[in-house]
Design a protein around this ligand. Structure first.
Ligand code: ATP
Ligand code: MG
Length: 302
């Protein structure tokens, strides 16, 4: 890929991702249609797939620079209702990236050891090193999502009771903002994704997980229990996004009723993130260049 192609792709990626980027508290969930596909129709699906493939190649190049430069780290956080396509989006978008430069962590219900610490602890232990892309499949955001929808989970967190007040969610937003500001100031570029699927499409995907034997493993009865709390989840998502979207650590609310479209937008946003860093291969010093020339002469003389 030459410089010019790279520049054009970065421009396209920024344009595609922009309508879904949230950077402040003015966000309303109803402004994003889960079925949105921008200018693409379903006939454009092959074209979109091709765009994704090119995007993946560009991502691989940017990631190589990130790794070689070894200054910035990138943290990508994925949140969604079940069957919204988190796993598939992560798999496709990161498919071209060198596995050594990428670390994925899935956060399930907290273990006894996790619960013996503050809620950021288990995630802080998994933050990406400089030069790497870290992916959180679910994250500390569950603390203002599932825990908010099921406040009884708070009792399992073994917090001193005087700390559980009506302000707890606002306090968590504050702490998450402060945590992310701290990371940002230390060279971790953060992007957060909410894959926004409609309840109708989730129902359809659940049914196919039940009907197709090879998809059965993806379905658990508890998924349908969470579905009963749909509206509460949507409220919790909206409030969480409003309170934690910032310029430095934006949310992307990505329409998720069409998987091919979700992947294009996530890919575009990741390209946007990497291309906003001043990535470059490290400069080779004069002394090193002389050493390399000397080695070359010796090799050629053999
Ligand atoms: P999939 O279903 O695609 O395999 P998943 O991310 O849904 O992936 P599960 O094991 O089904 O994985 O679910 C993880 C569960 O753990 C979710 O229901 C989530 O809400 C819950 N969870 C994650 N973090 C927390 C937390 N901090 N407190 C309570 N529950 C949590
Ligand atoms: Mg699940």
């Amino acid at each position: 890929m030459n410089k010019r192609e790279m520049k054009d792709m970065i421009k396209t990626a920024r344009r595609l991702a922009k309508p879904f980027r949230v950077t402040d508290d003015g966000f309303r969930l109803k402004d994003i249609d889960p079925g949105d596909t921008l200018e693409f129709t379903s006939e454009d699906k092959p074209r979109a797939k091709e765009a994704l493939a090119h995007g993946v190649a560009l991502l691989a190049e940017l990631q190589e620079m990130l790794y070689a430069q070894d200054r910035w780290a990138v943290l990508l956080i994925f949140q969604a209702m079940d069957a919204a396509g988190k796993d598939g989006a992560i798999k496709h978008v990161m498919s071209g990236v060198n596995p050594q430069g990428c670390q994925v962590y899935s956060f399930k219900s907290p273990s006894a050891e996790d619960l013996d610490h503050d809620y950021l602890w288990r995630c802080a232990r998994c933050l990406p090193e400089r030069g790497r892309i870290g992916i959180f499949n679910r994250s500390y955001y569950e603390e203002t999502l599932v825990v908010r929808v099921h406040p009884e989970l708070l009792n399992k967190q073994r917090l001193p009771s005087e700390l559980i007040t009506k302000d707890i969610w606002e306090e968590r937003f504050q702490d998450i903002r402060a945590f992310e500001r701290h990371l940002t100031r230390n060279g971790v570029a953060i992007r957060k994704f909410f894959l926004h699927v409609s309840s109708k499409e989730q129902r359809k995907r659940f049914l196919s997980r039940i009907e197709e034997p090879e998809k059965n493993w993806k379905f658990s009865a508890s998924d349908s229990v969470e579905r009963e709390h749909w509206d509460e989840y949507m409220q919790a998502y909206e409030d969480t996004i409003r309170n934690t979207a910032t310029k430095r650590a934006p949310w992307y609310v990505v329409p998720a009723d069409n998987k091919w479209f979700t992947r294009v937008i996530v890919g575009a946003a990741v390209i946007e993130a990497l291309s906003s860093l001043d990535l470059a291969f490290p400069e080779v010093s004069e002394a090193k260049r002389r050493d390399l020339a000397a080695v070359k002469r010796r090799l050629l003389a053999e």
